[in-house]
Design a binder for this molecule. Sequence first.
Ligand SMILES: NC(=O)c1ccc[n+]([C@@H]2O[C@H](COP(=O)([O-])OP(=O)(O)OC[C@H]3O[C@@H](n4cnc5c(N)ncnc54)[C@H](O)[C@@H]3O)[C@@H](O)[C@H]2O)c1
Length: 343
Amino acid sequence: MHKVRVAVIGAGVWGETHAYLYHEHPSADLVAICDVDLERAERIAGRFGIGGVYTSHEQMLNEVPLDAVAVVTPDFAHVELAVDCANAGKHILLEKPLATTREGVGAIVRAVSENGVRLMVDFHNRWSPPFAVARQLLDDGELGDPVSAYFRLNDIKWVATDMLPWAARSSILWFLGSHSVDTLRWFFNDEVETVFSVSRSGVMKNLGVDTADIYHTILRFRRGGIASMENSWITPNANPCINDIKFNITGAKGMVNLDLSNNQMIERYTEVKADRPDVLVRHLIHGKAKGFAYESIRDFIDKLVSGQDFLVSLEDAANTSLVILAIMESAKTGKPVAVDYSY
Ligand SMILES: NC(=O)c1ccc[n+]([C@@H]2O[C@H](COP(=O)([O-])OP(=O)(O)OC[C@H]3O[C@@H](n4cnc5c(N)ncnc54)[C@H](O)[C@@H]3O)[C@@H](O)[C@H]2O)c1
């Protein structure tokens, strides 16, 4: 088979992460990049020597022979692009979440199914070594059947105030909560039946970003599993890790705890800062992309080549978005909400 000819739509922070991996992957050929902002697309094209630079994804899809497209645009701007790529017969690696509306979920699922293309959403937590090892312990039966879980996944304020110009058009639930829901569904190997969520606002609004600060959510799974998850973007900026991550899974025979924001494996102290450099998510070793954020992208290419199923199915991605919609409704109404899986 020829190399997978891939293009990236969205030349922002995470689009550059995708480009790095496709550029390095021996089975991928990074042939085009598209962004409505030409300067952004040109910068990444220059860095990786990409031949095709576009500001219109339609023009790119018409002109460039492609096998796959990575859609790496803001959370609210996935649907039209994913549908157009599917209609053009391209396989898709879509950044999380799949879509932020029920109609969007339906439109993508139908376009992918009708065109016979393959789509994976980049829920990269499944490639995170501590999570993958914990999941393996469950699979091996060492913990017994999962009974309950706790998942705290927060961002420092800077992510919403500085990194994402579109934070107010998303939500911490779409940006991080989608990872939480996907991870919990994966651990329980079950679908969420009912959610109850409470949210607060104020800190972000005072900082000029019109978005809720935090959601505390309880999820009940169909086979009885219960989980609580916390998602906020008001962790202080001095937190040594951009994320604040704590996880517990308790089974009938054992439990696992993860603390991924406070490991003391590597500490850096200078005159101006004290922190713990990333050696888990998106680091380079001798110039090679390492870390689970690269692994998921690498696996997308590997699975296109091998023909094996993706680790995250279309159903996983669709159901995760539908659970988030139920959480938002619960936070708004103050009532438990049964997840509506129709679209
Ligand atoms: N930043 C992260 O740490 C991170 C991590 C994982 C996943 N993600 C996900 O990746 C996606 C992108 O996030 P980001 O941080 O790179 O955002 P970003 O704002 O840095 O980049 C998004 C880019 O998309 C471009 N764009 C928007 N609409 C477009 C369109 N119709 N056609 C072409 N280009 C368009 C914008 O001009 C911008 O350059 C989001 O879904 C986000 O949740 C981000």
